[in-house]
Design a protein around this ligand. Sequence first.
Ligand SMILES: [Zn+2]
Length: 421
Amino acid sequence: MDLLIQGGRVVDPSQNLDDFLDLRIQKGKIVELGRHLKPEKSTILPAQGAIVSPGFVDVHVHFRDPGFTHKETLETGAQAAARGGYTSVICMANTQPVMNTPKDLKHFYHQAKTLPIHLYTVAALSEDLKGEKLNDLEALAESGAVAFSDDGIPFKNQELFQEALKRSSALGKIISLHEEDPQMIDCPGLDQGPLAASLGIQGAPTKSEDSYVKRDCALAASYQAPIDIQHLSSADSADIIAHYKAEGAPIFCEITPHHFSLNRDAVESYGSLAKMNPPLRSQDHVDRLKAHIAKGTIDFIATDHAPHTKEEKNRPLLKAPSGIIGLETALSLALRELVFQNYIDYPRLISLLSTRACQVFHLPGGNLQLGSPGDVTVFDPQSTWLYESSLSKSANSPFLGQELPGKVLYTLCRGKIIYQA
Ligand SMILES: [Zn+2]
């Protein structure tokens, strides 16, 4: 199918492009960009008033497949992603079985082939995420692991982690890290503060994140081995990262939409729908993190899309699992909290949602250059929509039922329309 996206504001940070242009896609690729392109035989997608962006890329999702397909499958996850404007996602390794071996990866990529978006997976850094023995990183890289991560489980063993850094950097791969020192946490998912105290727990202090971020930034800098700090929640950790980045260390970091949209008081309104690891923090941390986004410390908005069933999230707060879904609402929250509050402009938004991820994780896409894949998201920042229900198999989002700004009009992947509002 030939498509002509007409009259939109085309934003592509990879080529410093921000202009009103038409964009033509043929045979799955971007073939022409220019003013007033002739329709020829192309199907026209009107985009007046809308932003035309490279398809969004999420470096951190949990599609629960295999093992927990009652929460999400690769298929339902991909549908939710397409609705949110995503054309590529990277799945985490805490499936059942864990993504330990080339065989696990082969099975994943075989299933992924038939789905509407590009699905990638990390491989588990250590066997069964236990942090005791490293997996065969070389064979896993060969089999399509785009990165290594024990996400969900902080990596305790420093000596083993140093070996991991040496091996992964030799392979040109990045390690993604869940940074919480478990020894400082009695109950994960809730910040240390008045609410935790009223429940008789200490919770998960920001210092538990800072202590691992400090350790791992120092190691990454000394080995010059690339790392990605996941779901940043402590602004003090962002200060540490900014310091190391300024020195030129290969350190990258993610923030989730919920960590810049909600503070820890949300637990009182949303209960377990505001419980996540690391937890939501005080408004002071939220404001300082937003300033770090504006400053450029943070590389990626990553959703940590984490489906859980109603039954699980209905458990008492201290027993309910951590995490929320996020693919369908990431754009809206980023617009509302960051762009409309003048922390960032559109090119920076697109960089956070797409371009930077492809550059750092070495993925195709993330740009609108001629010859690039026809992965394009068209959204209208000014129109609002009601988040009535989710295409994910789970519905654990505090934003369900809310009116949100920024509507995805079309998501195109490999030059095909995979979602249309
Ligand atoms: Zn995590």
